[in-house]
Design a protein around this ligand. Structure first.
Ligand code: ADP
Ligand code: MG
Length: 272
């Protein structure tokens, strides 16, 4: 899928090499000089400014930035829910989404909520049952399949949403602060579950968060955005091996480094 802004430059005549991302992997998502301006004239809001980004197949990339810097805008553009004002967005395969609110169907059981994603993709019934069981096992909800969302805690509901997100079998999963409303302990468990699911499949994840420790815990690479309009100010490789622990000194050190960069950004923004 390619989404092009109205004043996009012509496509590159040079063929891109399949090993073209800075990660050395086949690109799954590519943004070229993507800008987004909401509205026009005196009330125009520039949300993103010339974003260049490549995410390799099977990479887990976190995007961090202050509130309002354009993170959700970026995911919406990649999901094809909105168009860039300028520039080009390319996604290899199908994109799936997960948000901070679980947005489950309240009248469906946990199992049925997850199964629906498979049903929509016309997965046969017997296979659906097996996949639902597997997914609920991974998110530690195998005993809760018959419950309805209102009978679950916030963390459990978000686990169902995680299982459902993986049931979409998307090639690229776009996650917008999915654990932002959870307490630290619950989030920690969901990080493990997300990592397990990601490692078990051919899947690319773009994960947006304002939580720098979360980014250091999860990401292969971390994209640091400036304050609005969002620009890419740094792309950091995460050198820490997996499995990782969010409370480890290495994760803490990387998080401190990201925070220092963000702080610099906020200061620079305040002086403008
Ligand atoms: P983030 O997700 O990083 O908090 P957003 O992408 O939601 O930031 O928003 C970036 C900026 O664009 C904000 O100033 C926000 O108010 C503005 N914005 C977002 N969506 C719209 C919209 N549909 N119309 C006008 N302005 C918007
Ligand atoms: Mg947002």
């Amino acid at each position: 899928m390619t989404v092009t802004g109205s004043t996009s430059r012509p496509p590159d005549t040079q063929a891109a090499s399949p090993e073209d991302t800075s990660s050395g992997l086949r690109p799954a998502v590519r943004l070229r000089e993507v800008s987004k301006i909401y509205g026009s004239g005196a009330t125009a809001v520039p949300a993103l400014d010339r974003i260049d980004l490549e995410v390799g197949a099977r990479e887990l990339v976190c995007v961090v930035g202050a509130s309002g810097c354009g993170k959700s805008t970026m995911l919406n553009l990649i999901a094809g829910l909105d168009r860039p004002t300028r520039g080009e967005v390319e996604v290899e395969g199908r994109a799936g989404l997960m948000f901070q609110e679980a947005a489950l169907f309240p009248w469906l059981t946990v199992s049925r909520n997850v199964e629906l994603a498979l049903k929509l993709r016309k997965v046969p019934k017997a296979e659906r049952r097996e996949r639902v069981a597997q997914l609920l096992e991974t998110v530690h909800l195998h005993d809760f399949g018959h419950k309805r969302p209102h009978e679950l805690s916030g963390g459990m509901r978000q686990r169902v949403a995680l299982a459902r997100a993986f049931a979409q079998d998307a090639d690229v999963l776009l996650m917008d602060e999915p654990f932002g409303a959870l307490d630290a302990m619950t989030r920690d468990v969901l990080h493990d579950e997300l990592e397990t699911l990601w490692l078990s499949r051919e899947l690319t994840i773009l994960f947006v968060t304002h939580n720098v420790r979360e980014a250091a815990r999860l990401a292969d690479r971390i994209v640091v955005l400036s304050s609005r309009p969002g620009q890419v100010t740094a792309v950091l490789d995460n050198p820490i091996g997996r499995p990782r622990r969010i409370e480890s000194p290495e994760v803490g050190q990387l998080a401190a480094d990201i925070t220092a960069r963000l702080r610099q950004e906020v200061r620079r923004h305040a002086q403008r």
